[in-house]
Design a protein around this ligand. Structure first.
Ligand SMILES: [Zn+2]
Ligand SMILES: [Zn+2]
Length: 146
C-alpha cells in the first residue's frame, strides 16, 4: 500500500529527539539530546522534519576563552573548576586581585573587572589625545594643526 501512515513508537529517534510517550491526539512527548522535553505532533516529526527541541536551530557560536585573553580589566590566567555546572576561569584584574569568574559572565560581557570598578576605557593624557588627533587628521588628508 502506498502512502501508508507512518506509525511512531516510543523509543523512535528523530535526529536529536527520542520519542518517550504519546501526549494526546497525534502528538508525542519527545526528549531532546540537550535534555529538554518537548511535545511534537506527528506532522512536525514526520512531515516537517523537526529534529530537535529547537536547540539545533539558532545555536550560536560561543566565544572560546583561552588563557591570556583580556576582558576589560581582566586577564584570563587559567581554567578553574566547575561551580554548579558553570565553568569558572581564574582571572587577574589590572588592580592585582585574582578572582574566579563564571565563563558565561565573561562571554556575555557582564563581568569586566574583579569588582573593584566598572570597566572604564583607558584615560588618555592630553599628549596622547593630541597624537591621536594628528593621526586621524593625517588619515583624512587634513592639514596639521599647530
Ligand atoms: Zn534540544
Ligand atoms: Zn580589580
Amino acid at each position: 500500500m502506498r502512502n501508508r501512515k507512518r506509525i511512531i513508537n516510543p523509543g523512535d529517534q528523530f535526529g536529536k529527539l527520542t520519542v518517550l510517550e504519546p501526549a494526546g491526539d497525534n502528538s508525542w512527548l519527545c526528549q531532546c539530546e540537550c535534555g529538554k522535553k518537548k511535545e511534537l505532533s506527528f506532522r512536525s516529526l514526520v512531515y516537517q522534519n523537526v529534529r530537535s527541541c529547537g536547540c539545533l536551530r539558532g545555536r550560536k557560536e560561543k566565544l572560546v576563552i583561552e588563557p591570556g585573553m583580556r576582558f576589560g580589566m581582566l586577564t584570563i590566567v587559567e581554567k578553574g573548576e566547575r561551580i554548579n555546572r558553570n565553568l569558572v576561569w581564574i582571572c587577574k584584574c589590572d588592580c592585582g586581585k585574582v578572582k574566579e569568574i563564571y565563563q558565561s559572565n565573561l562571554q556575555n560581557g557582564k563581568t569586566r573587572s574583579c569588582g573593584c570598578s566598572q570597566y572604564i576605557r583607558p584615560v588618555l593624557s592630553e599628549e596622547e589625545k593630541a597624537a591621536k588627533r594628528r593621526k586621524a587628521r593625517r588619515a583624512l588628508g587634513l592639514p596639521e594643526e599647530d
